[in-house]
Design a protein around this ligand. Structure first.
Ligand code: CA
Length: 370
């Protein structure tokens, strides 16, 4: 009799849980692991902010390029309802892909391409708009601040405002400021503030400087359209972010701010395969750093797929950096998925514990989402 009552309780509990998960659209497993999905590179746009930035014209990385290339770039700048419509289009995607929570961020063109005094105002408005979405759906969205990088002190203040007033979970920084990398000491206050607030900086690609594009990518013996993709989303802007993060590591940012956290998308933006070589050649006696270069990439940086559903890359990143350093991200709305991305993670060759860390627990811990 005792056995029966206990069995009924167990069955009732399991059925209740399955029904609850079904209602939420969560992926089910035969083992019933908690596969709540939090994704953290999920872009949005707002017409008011697009209009506000558009009047300043194209930034120098575009105007210095040939007309034909510029035209191709402009056609890449998707501004449709996938980015602007939250209530129907975005929720449809989240339902299809079984995403419970998106961490929102702005996309190209980011407001840091305008002069400092206007960047401060426009970024402030952009963040106010994101805060409105999070406030409306606090269980479904969190947000990264967009910062006026042209004015570093103001950017640090804006990060603090967004975290303290709105509960934003960090900042997303795209590319460089007119070709200037952020290991320049002028930008240190932003990182100092992120460390003080204990929120991560998520690094995002942007168009490389025009000189770099022309020298490495656009000058090759292939059509201009290929060069354009090679310089940007096909390869070049990923290498640019990977180099940027490495420059910050070499500048000693993590010796100065040991609890600073970075997030690197696209499985580490080309850098992980070079860590052994960097350690071999650039040793602490030369770099002056407290640790080996790879140690910072293991301790201070977290990695995401940015929608690249590669089985090998997932397993490699987990083995190299640990499942506690991988966070799920889909790069909405730029990556088309033939199948459900949540099922890809669910079927991965990882333990249930590793899957839970990647699906939601790492994000909950680092962003303090609980
Ligand atoms: Ca993206």
């Amino acid at each position: 009799m005792i056995f029966c009552a206990r069995s009924v309780r167990i069955i009732t509990k399991a059925v209740t849980r399955l029904l609850r998960e079904k209602k939420r659209g969560l992926p089910l497993t035969e083992r019933g692991i908690n596969m709540k999905i939090i994704t953290i590179e999920e872009h949005c746009a707002d017409k008011r902010i697009l209009d506000a930035t558009a009047k300043y014209g194209a930034p120098s990385y575009l105007t210095e390029l040939p007309e034909k290339v510029r035209g191709a770039y402009n056609s890449m700048r998707f501004t449709g309802e996938k980015l602007t419509d939250v209530d129907t289009v975005r929720f449809d995607f989240m339902r299809e892909q079984k995403v419970d929570v998106q961490v929102l961020s702005y996309t190209t063109p980011v407001p840091d391409t305008v002069p400092a005094e206007d960047a401060v105002r426009i970024c402030g408005e952009a963040n106010d708009i994101l805060a409105g979405i999070v406030k409306k759906y606090p269980d479904r969205f969190a947000a990264f601040a967009t910062l006026p990088m042209a004015a570093p002190e103001e950017a640090a203040r804006e990060l603090e405002r967004c975290v303290k007033e709105y509960g934003f979970v960090g900042a997303l920084i795209s590319g460089t400021w007119q070709g200037k990398f952020y290991d320049d000491p002028a930008f240190f206050p932003i990182f100092e503030k992120a460390a003080e607030l204990d929120v991560p900086i998520s690094w995002h690609p942007e168009f490389p400087d025009a000189k770099i594009q022309k020298h490495y990518y656009l000058s090759g013996n292939y059509p201009a359209a290929v060069g354009m993709q090679f310089a940007t989303a096909g390869f070049g802007w990923h290498l640019d972010v990977g180099l940027h993060i490495t420059r910050l590591v070499l500048s000693g940012i993590f010796d100065k701010l040991p609890n600073l956290k970075f997030i690197s998308g696209h499985w580490g933006e080309t850098i992980p395969s070079m860590l052994d070589r960097m350690d071999q050649i650039m040793r602490p006696q030369t770099t002056g750093l407290n640790k080996k270069i790879s140690t910072y990439f293991h301790e201070n940086i977290w990695y995401t797929p940015s929608g690249i559903l590669s089985k090998i890359q997932l397993e490699y990143t987990v083995r190299e950096f640990g499942a506690d350093h991988v966070i799920w991200a889909l790069d909405y709305p730029y990556v088309p998925f033939d199948t459900c991305s949540a099922d890809f993670l669910l079927k991965a060759n990882l333990t249930d514990e590793e899957k839970e860390l990647i699906a939601h627990r790492n994000a909950e811990r680092i962003f303090k989402l609980n």
